[in-house]
Design a protein around this ligand. Structure first.
Ligand code: C5P
Length: 228
């Protein structure tokens, strides 16, 4: 299975001047935890790391320190996640029929979840890992700060990565997104907007995305619980 890792973001919401994926989490950088899970996955053979050129020397050091045995490719990122993934899709070998996409910032992903998504992708052209939401979610009008609606919580799921797709339709959806000016925060949204089906695979509660300093503290707690 081919896997792309969007890792070209910044540390803005983390309050950091450098890429948050290079911040330390226990004894190694955030990205090293993500890559260690990918290294341990049985299904992934080819990994494309999408990063900003300035970060590549640090990323390379991480890959070497992990002794990655998989085929690793370096792909320059874009100014948004959407653009970074698009560049990743362009860099896939022509023989790649399906691809998993996993955010570098979801560093607590397990090899088992990656392999479950890879197996499910053989039966479905589009899928995401997701978990039911625990909070009641409100839709709020930005101008007035008034609640516009309260969606039925039983139908709400929080999207995670891995997300997986057949490469050809996903590339078409990205092209359509560029033509139409769609701005999305995950790849499933492009698939949906093009009217294509996306299946939900049960994700993991611990598969959080490291965004703020509090997420880093929670990630550290979970890793310690796992005996790391
Ligand atoms: O900012 P956020 O955490 O939502 O980004 C999700 C993932 O997308 C992160 O792993 C980040 O490194 C990546 N990203 C990217 N290119 C960008 C912005 C974000 O690859 N321009």
């Amino acid at each position: 299975m081919y896997l792309l890792i969007p890792a070209a973001g910044s540390g803005r919401r983390m309050g950091s001047s450098r890429n948050k994926l290079l911040l330390p989490l226990l004894d190694k950088p955030v990205l090293a935890w993500t890559l260690a899970a990918i290294k341990a996955s049985r299904s992934v053979r080819w990994v494309g790391i999408i990063g900003q050129p300035d970060d590549l020397p640090d990323f390379k050091e991480i890959v070497i320190s992990l002794g990655m045995t998989k085929c690793v490719h370096w792909i320059p990122g874009g100014t948004t996640r959407q653009e970074s993934v698009y560049k990743g899709l362009q860099a896939l070998p022509v023989v790649a029929e399906r691809v998993l996409i996993h955010d570098g910032a979801r560093c607590l992903v397990t090899p088992e979840l990656i392999d479950r998504c890879a197996a499910a992708l053989l039966r479905s052209p589009g899928l995401i890992a997701a978990v039911p939401v625990k909070d009641t979610i409100k839709v709020v009008a930005p101008a007035t700060q008034l609640i516009a609606s309260t969606p039925d919580r039983r139908q709400l799921w929080a999207a995670q990565t891995p997300q997986g797709f057949a490469v050809e339709p996903l590339t078409r959806c990205h092209d359509e997104g560029i033509r139409q000016g769609w701005e999305v925060t995950d790849d499933a949204a492009l698939f949906e907007q093009c009217g294509l089906p996306v299946t939900v695979v049960p994700g993991e509660e611990s598969n959080l995305k490291v965004t703020t300093p509090m997420d880093l503290a929670i990630a550290e707690f979970i890793l310690r619980q796992r005996g790391k």
